[in-house]
Design a binder for this molecule. Structure first.
Ligand SMILES: [Fe+2]
Ligand SMILES: [Fe+2]
Ligand SMILES: [Fe+2]
Ligand SMILES: [Fe+2]
Length: 432
């Protein structure tokens, strides 16, 4: 690839102000948009939120007036970019439909990153989180069907499976146990850094979306489901951000943020099939190249460092979307029983000690029943069937997978099989 992001100048920062008409564009058509155009739009919103947020935090801790002036100019642009990208969402796309898009991002993006991650430990962490978002997609799909009567494939377009993963009620931990070993900033590859920065932005925005929208439904079980999964996303932010070396300086982090934006926009531009979105990705790639030049100059001036040592001289593709069914099925079959140990590593359910710190957290959080398990009971009651098993034509491997998932689930110390669920609910109803 000949594109060297260090040498491209892009559009200078001071030329990036646009009119309100250019900032707020006509949204896409939800019936017509390709599912991976939607995932790109969801991810890039998260990338912009993170860039904006980071720069404000940097400004709050930065005594240098000249740097603060540059940050003031540039976080205003990040904010305007965020508006443009996020508001491509049409008003008629419901919160649950958008939610399915968010979990499709999480599953297919994490699978892509895991396969392109050079660091074994980071890859293992990606695969671990992958199975959790995969289960969220299943729970929300049931709700989308119950509340709006839609088939999840209206949004997913058959590219991502809807199957039980590691059950959500088992995703809750003592948050300290989520902390991972961080990479070493002097030896980690630029690919590892950009992969993690990209995923943290996506997971953080998923958390924010659930935190801001879960209350928009009146149904108590659905509100609690959003509350429960929102908290898992908080754990995911904790887990993925802890992989980043905290010794990176603020100027180094600024450079990495702009480089991640350059790489993600470049990747979106390269893959995009929607003309309106492609135009945005192209223009914003040019903006980000301008931001990158500012970050390079600041790093050279304040730390006398060569940016190439931090980000290399090649573009990285951190967000290519394509179907990952085969990869996810393989991880599901082999790693569903994996759990965090209390030494920043991984273990399996049967090896967990009785005093595993997350048991206490789960006992309290799931003490009156897990809303995501209530989801399964409700879908059974409301339709007399499970939407997922009802449509084998779309998800051929699923009956065996579902069975295997349920068997594994039954083995987990604090879960019950769906067959026993009715009995369980009769004995220990949820309290309202
Ligand atoms: Fe940006
Ligand atoms: Fe998720
Ligand atoms: Fe997540
Ligand atoms: Fe930027």
């Amino acid at each position: 690839m000949t594109f060297n992001p260090l040498e491209e100048k892009g559009i200078p920062l001071e030329k990036q102000l646009r009119s309100w008409h250019d900032i707020v564009k006509r949204p896409f058509d939800k019936h017509d948009v390709d599912c991976y155009s939607r995932t790109r739009q969801i991810l890039m919103n998260g990338i912009e939120v993170e860039a904006w947020n980071f720069k404000h935090n940097f400004a709050r801790c930065c005594p240098d007036e000249d740097v603060r002036k540059l940050l003031a100019l540039s976080h205003k642009i990040e904010d305007m970019q965020q508006t443009t990208v996020n508001w491509m969402t049409p008003a008629c796309q419901t919160v649950l439909e958008t939610t399915l898009g968010y979990e499709q991002v999480a599953v297919d993006l994490t699978a892509w990153l895991a396969q392109n991650e050079p660091d074994d430990y980071v890859r293992e962490t990606f695969n671990f989180g992958l199975l959790e978002d995969f289960d969220h997609l299943y729970r929300y799909s049931q709700w989308a069907y119950m509340v709006h009567g839609i088939d999840p494939d209206n949004i997913l377009q058959g590219m991502t499976d809807v199957v039980i993963g590691r059950p959500t009620q088992n995703h809750h931990n003592d948050n300290i146990i989520r902390l991972r070993k961080h990479y070493d900033r002097t030896t980690a590859s630029p690919q590892t850094k950009v992969n993690i920065y990209t995923l943290v932005s996506g997971e953080q925005q998923t958390h924010n979306f659930y935190a801001e929208h879960g209350m928009m439904y009146a149904n108590d079980d659905l509100r609690r489901t959003y509350g429960e999964i929102c908290d898992v996303e908080e754990e995911h932010v904790t887990m993925y951000e802890s992989l980043i070396d905290p010794n990176e300086t603020p100027f180094e982090k600024l450079l990495l943020h702009e480089f991640t934006e350059v790489c993600t926009y470049y990747n979106c531009y390269k893959d995009e099939v929607n003309d309106k979105l492609k135009q945005i990705w192209e223009e914003f790639l040019a903006f980000e190249l301008g931001h990158l030049q500012v970050a390079i100059d600041l790093l050279k001036k304040h730390e006398k460092r060569d940016p190439e040592e931090i980000i290399g001289d090649k573009i990285i593709l951190p967000c290519h979307f394509e179907t990952q069914k085969e990869y996810v099925t393989n991880i599901l079959e082999n790693e569903i029983d994996k759990r965090h140990d209390d030494n920043m590593g991984y273990t399996t359910i049967e090896k967990l000690p009785e005093d595993w710190p997350s048991y206490l957290a789960q006992e309290i959080l799931n003490g009156k029943g897990a809303p995501t398990e209530q989801t399964i009971r409700l879908i059974g009651c409301s339709t007399g069937m499970d939407i997922v098993t009802a449509e084998p034509k779309l998800r051929k491997k699923e009956p065996e997978l579902l069975k295997r998932g349920l068997e594994k689930k039954a083995q987990a110390t604090n879960t019950v099989s769906v067959e026993d669920y009715e009995e369980f609910v009769k004995e220990k109803p949820m309290e309202f």
